[in-house]
Ligand binder design. Structure first.
Ligand code: AHG
Ligand code: MN
Ligand code: MN
Length: 339
């Protein structure tokens, strides 16, 4: 049975107490999460300063903001990378920002975990002060301990993830962590204390799912069955409403709390859609399933995919299980014959 955690518990203590129930563990997972917390706090502080600069900066505002979008992507990538490289807890890091897998540089030690990240998701939203985030997934290595990580440590089924999470830099900073054993829990950063406190305990998708999220601007590129399905959601009898921020992490988080369906489909131009398997779809699918929901690419549950390349893309249908099943059935129905 899962222990009952009190709201207000720090993430630090949550990690120590949950690790205690696994005496075989080496403490590396807790150490890894400490580095994630450090990097998250650093990025959060930088994001907040960006907002302030945007509000008061009048001269050269365009330049600064234009450059900052770039800088924040790079800053987040460098911050998470440095935090994780130095701690002896990872043997390989995969980042959206880097084509090749990142090996641990000398003189640092290789650890037991592989960390996959989208360091800054929703970066097109930075300059409008809308919510952005970091998405991550964690595998335990399968190659021999001690040496550098190998591709086999990362190109594997999403079912083998040991944990996944995201950090949202919004009105507040929230770290959501999902593990097999302890489900999905959200921790809010109190910036005056510098700690993450448990604020969303044992999250489950809200059954009263009434939101759908898809970029309807691309409707002309959709398959006719998807067009019909999205149209069917607009039947007033269904009581559905649309929400789309354009930051996957923020769209997912809202739908997790409120209940709903997010679709980023394949299109005629891009049959595999836009989102990446390893550091966008896998972590969020892991969290969705742990919260009682589902995620598919339209044919296969996302977590059953086995990617063959680091930056592979996939269509994504994610959210409450009944809605995901309904959408998938509608999208794969036999096309109506024209005539
Ligand atoms: P990133 O900022 O990491 O490149 O990701 C952007 C992604 C994702 O956050 C969001 O769901 C999607 O882009 C929005 O894309 P569209 O503008 O095509 O809807
Ligand atoms: Mn992204
Ligand atoms: Mn990104």
């Amino acid at each position: 049975m899962r222990p009952q955690f009190e709201e207000g518990l720090t993430l630090d203590r949550f990690l120590m107490e949950t690790a205690r129930s696994h005496p075989a563990r080496t403490g590396q997972f807790v150490a890894l999460m400490h580095q994630v917390m450090l990097a998250a706090k650093m990025v959060s502080a930088r994001v907040n300063r960006a907002g302030l600069a945007g509000m008061i900066g009048q001269t050269g505002e365009k330049n600064i903001q234009g450059e900052f979008v770039m800088k924040l992507d790079v800053y987040a990538n460098e911050t998470f990378k440095r935090a994780l490289e130095h701690a002896g807890v990872c043997c390989l890091i995969v980042s959206e920002e880097e084509e090749a897998p990142i090996h641990i540089p000398e003189p640092y030690q290789n650890g037991a975990y592989v960390f996959m990240m989208d360091p800054l998701d929703g970066s097109s939203n930075i300059d409008v002060n809308a919510t952005i985030g970091t998405i991550f997934g964690i595998y335990r290595r399968v190659s021999a301990e001690g040496g550098p990580g190998e591709l086999q440590d990362v190109l594997r089924s999403g079912r083998e993830l040991v944990a996944a999470g995201y950090i949202i830099y919004g009105a507040g900073t929230l770290l959501v962590l999902a593990t097999q054993e302890h489900g999905v829990n959200g921790f809010t950063l109190d910036p005056s204390v510098g700690e993450f406190f448990l604020s969303h305990r044992d999250l489950k998708l809200n059954d009263e799912a009434s939101l759908y999220s898809i970029n309807e601007g691309y409707e002309a590129q959709w398959d006719e069955r998807l067009v019909r399905y999205i149209r069917s959601l607009k039947d007033p009898a269904r009581g559905m409403s649309a929400r789309y921020i354009g930051s996957l992490v923020a769209d997912f988080h809202r739908n997790l709390l409120k209940g709903g369906l997010f679709i980023y489909p394949g299109t005629k131009k891009s049959p595999k859609g836009k989102l990446r398997v390893l550091y966008e779809a896998f972590p969020l699918a892991f969290i969705a399933e742990a919260a009682g929901g589902a995620a598919t690419n339209g044919e296969t549950p996302i977590l059953d995919l086995v990617p063959t390349s680091l930056h592979q893309r996939t269509p994504l249908v994610i959210g409450n299980a009944p809605l995901v099943a309904e959408a998938t059935a509608a999208m794969s129905a036999t096309p109506a014959t024209k005539g």
